[in-house]
Design a protein around this ligand. Structure first.
Ligand SMILES: [Zn+2]
Length: 265
């Protein structure tokens, strides 16, 4: 049977100013402005709709001084997606900017790597630099969902639906997983934080929030093997994404179609 094609939507919900020195392990131009955007993603096709990551709440934006553009859950509603009706939520990893609204999806199965839960609740969280991007309330929410029986665990590769597969890459966090989606233009990979920006991947220059640099570097090769081509890898935080993909019209937030060919870039 043919693998189904899906539509993929990226929703940009927050942004913050940064400099290049904060986005690369090494750079000759550390003071160059290089803002970072925050996204969630939706995979749709037939009767299926899968949410990838849940974003953070406005309170987290205030605490961490991020510029909140739109509540990602409200954005889903405006796209006609009722969060209470969502059956599948993939969490690429449990960092605050990816797993902050789990309570908004009370009926969903949460798809998570076992290694991510172990990491976010284990010995490394004793170290501030490693726990900084986690919010203990989000982790507590995830643990409650585990105890309610709604988490499906993965150890490496797995399939959520035919044409929607998960692949643990590690690196940024040990349980970081990417999502490979079959579309009309071939296999697209939502890289999440295995590559924050296009240039982390292209220059083989890791983002400095990293648990295992070696795994992150190996992950770039893996991303390239998983995707149909270099134009089929979607970085997790690059503002260029909303510039180069076709935009959904008539919305008060930016959302783009990743299953369609880029307009430029
Ligand atoms: Zn992130």
């Amino acid at each position: 049977m043919a693998v189904p094609n899906y539509e993929i939507i990226a929703i940009r919900y927050a942004t913050v100013d940064r400099s290049a020195g904060e986005n690369f392990l090494s750079t000759d131009h550390p003071n160059t402005p290089m803002p970072i955007d925050y996204f969630i993603w939706v995979i749709r096709g037939g009767d299926e709709q899968v949410v990838v990551d849940t974003g953070f709440k406005e309170a987290a934006a205030q605490t961490r001084k991020r510029h909140y553009l739109h509540c990602p859950v409200t954005a889903l509603r405006k796209l006609g997606i009722d969060p209470h009706a969502v059956r599948d939520v993939i969490i690429t990893h449990l960092h605050y900017d990816h797993a902050g609204n789990l309570d908004q999806f009370p009926g969903a199965t949460i798809h998570l790597q076992e290694a991510e839960v172990a990491y976010a609740t284990g010995k490394y969280m004793a170290h501030k630099p490693l726990r900084h991007a986690y919010d203990s309330e989000d982790i507590a929410a995830a643990v409650r969902i585990i105890h309610s029986g709604r988490v499906r665990f993965y150890d490496g590769d797995g399939e959520v639906l035919p044409g929607v597969t998960l692949h643990r890459i590690g690196g940024h966090t040990p349980g970081l997983q990417v999502v490979r989606v079959h579309t009309a233009r071939g296999w697209v990979v939502l890289a999440s934080d295995s590559s924050h920006f296009y240039n982390n991947l292209r220059q083989r220059n890791p983002f400095p929030v990293v648990h295992d640099v070696g795994a992150m570097l190996q992950g770039y090769d893996r991303l390239e093997r998983l995707a149909e081509g270099p134009g089929h890898i979607i970085p997790g935080h690059d503002p260029a994404v909303v510039e180069i993909y076709p935009r959904l019209p008539g919305l008060e937030f930016e959302a783009v179609r990743l299953d369609l060919a880029p307009c430029a870039g």
